[in-house]
Design a protein around this ligand. Structure first.
Ligand SMILES: [Zn+2]
Length: 287
């Protein structure tokens, strides 16, 4: 079963439905950073909501960055989302020891979203963390910062070996023309909702668009698209970063370290440069 994002409308277009199945990307994040279960759960929740927010962007030139820091033992959580369905992210402490996500993240801090909309200025929205559980924090963010009353359900489930068994997110957003009846229906749907990780497990190989139909009789699916954990870093890009170092620094790495290894924060990919490769970079800089 592959990760996917479903966009749908219901209640005569008065409510927008976003559903993300993210089991594979959360497992990939876990593998890349060798994360413990609580860190995987926390980052997985943010990656899942980020996948949906990437899908809310209007053009392929736009992207957004989510930063969460509640001064809990996990440190900060940073996630990038792109409109093409790619997301990437990391936490400061991948081996955090905490009872649950709320305790790991903490509540003494903020959730910030910076949207690069390819315009002169970025859009920035910041809200105080509510519970550190991520779902309610994004509910608060959408409602307060984007002025869109929303409900967010997100979760990650593990099997007994610690493998990610089901991960996903659901966002319901009320449109400005929603009536009181629409709001009551949505509240009723939310009250009856199982945890998102349970829903993802129960749907198994079923297309996630089925969930939209199961939630609302008149659901109309607009689009289903692929989402992935993906980082645009490469050896070539890393080489370009090395080109921005001073010649003295490079010379020092050649003389003292016999080469260097650069690790990408966002995906933990390692790029090694031999002494000869560093010499080449230095020559290019001198040229
Ligand atoms: Zn990377």
């Amino acid at each position: 079963m592959k990760d996917e994002l479903v966009k749908a409308l219901a209640l005569d277009g008065h409510v927008r439905i976003y559903i993300a199945r993210t089991t594979n990307m959360v497992q990939e994040a876990r593998d890349r950073f060798d994360m413990g279960p609580v860190a995987t759960d926390a980052l997985g929740r943010v990656l899942s909501v980020a996948s949906i927010m990437g899908g809310m962007l209007k053009s392929d030139k736009e992207m957004l960055t989510i930063s969460i820091n509640g001064h809990g033992p996990i440190g900060s959580i940073t996630v990038d989302a792109y409109s093409n369905g790619n997301v990437r992210g990391f936490v400061s402490n991948p081996h955090v020891d905490a009872k649950n996500v709320g305790e790991a993240v903490g509540t003494d801090g903020t959730l910030t979203v910076i949207k690069d909309l390819n315009m002169a200025e970025n859009f920035t929205g910041t809200v105080e963390l509510q519970s550190g559980e991520i779902g309610s924090d994004f509910t608060y963010y959408f409602t307060l910062s984007e002025q869109t009353p929303s409900a967010v359900s997100v979760g990650v489930a593990f099997d007994s070996t610690g493998t990610v068994e089901g991960a996903g997110a659901l966002v319901l957003q009320m449109m400005p023309d929603a009536t009181d009846t629409d709001i009551r229906i949505v509240e009723h749907v939310i009250e009856g909702l199982k945890p998102m990780s349970t829903i993802i497990k129960e749907y198994g190989d079923t297309d996630m668009s089925q969930l939209a139909h199961d939630l609302f009789d008149d659901a109309k699916v607009l689009e289903t698209s692929d989402i992935h954990y993906s980082c645009p870093c490469s050896k070539e890009r890393t080489r370009n970063i090395l080109m921005t170092l001073s010649k003295d620094e490079l010379q020092k790495m050649i003389d003292e370290d016999e080469g260097c290894e650069v690790t990408c924060n966002f995906c933990n990919e390692h790029y090694t440069f031999t002494k000869d490769e560093l010499k080449e970079i230095l020559e290019d800089m001198n040229a």
